[in-house]
Design a protein around this ligand. Sequence first.
Ligand SMILES: NC(=O)NCCC[C@H](N)C(=O)O
Length: 408
Amino acid sequence: MSRFYVGSEIGQLRKVLIHRPELSLRRLTPTNCEDLLFDDVLRVEQAGKEHDVFAQTLRNEGVEVFHLREVLAETLEIEEAKQFVLDRQISQFRYGPALAKVVREYYDNLPATKLASHLIGGLTVAELNSDLGSPTLQVMSQTDFIMDPIPNHLFTRDTSCWVYGGVSVNPMTKPARKRETVHLRAIYKFHPMFKDADFEIYFGDEDRNFELSHIEGGDVLVIGKGAVLIGMSERTTPQGVELLAQNLFRTGQATKVIALQLPKARSCMHLDTVMTHMDLDCFTVYPDIMRDDIAAWELTPGNAAGEIVFTRVKDRFTDAIARALGVPELRLVTTGGDVFEAEREQWNDANNVLTVRPGVVIGYERNVFTIEKMQAAGITVLPIPGEDLGRGRGGARCMSCPLERDGI
Ligand SMILES: NC(=O)NCCC[C@H](N)C(=O)O
């Protein structure tokens, strides 16, 4: 039986879920890219080739790579899984009763691979090609989306995140990403790889309005030794952190959560855009954001069931992390270059590296000043191209969801 366990950010990475650019990115235009959380349109073929280099770099390091679209298609071959997904992606409250029936029939009749493509890539009025007379459809133009594309599936890091022996399937903050979560819920519930595996589902696996309780995996760093570092950011809320922590403690999978207060800004939308873990005591940080004075709290289990003890960190957040890791202090590799180059490189995900084993990371080759500083600190950087991939504002860590990784 497969094992799914993520024991750290830096231990040998063994299994990872990634998503190769596809139909959804062909739908990206200057008109819709902002709403779809991309900063520019990109060359889809080129982005696909860049992504293949990323996948091969992972394989060269002994990592087993799974592709989301294939895993989703395999899941959708299972009738119960297909109905689970379509019941949640197509409702009369999204389409009106008459159009919902037409759209459901269309999707129900797609073979699994095509179904996965149109669940991720969206469906236009022209593609549906229905003569339904309902105003809901008739008021739309041929190029309007019946089902919106969800191109941010590219960033598999965020929608679900594995923490020690379990996974959180995340209620996403932005409308453009909310539809992603159902796909991961279905995969973890029905796909043969996961169906009989033994793991916890901490949070998010319910059909409900999570209101202000959001978690996105880019904010969650499994730093090891029972500790989890979580950024409260533009995307992850204190309410979400509390609910996740409660379940981490209830299941005994973690004993401490260190929560950091981050600015609510797109440039640092997730903690991992400004801080990632490269070796036991070594992190890369963007110093303009990760200043000594950012507010931090330690959450630990209380005596009563569900009780959390909140302790405000009195010294620096880096001291709290060092204590959790059992090291005297952290080594911080800051974003390279002068103040202008550093801001540019952080914007292009210089700090968003994916560690494949202690001291070895994957990062965009364009961030030369930061790579230089990482190498000077003894870190091996495996460079990947990202001229097109990077336009969605995510780097190697954003584009990867570890499913199995050694602890420290
Ligand atoms: N972990 C991450 O930093 N993920 C990057 C997500 C980028 C995506 N375009 C978004 O805005 O959600």
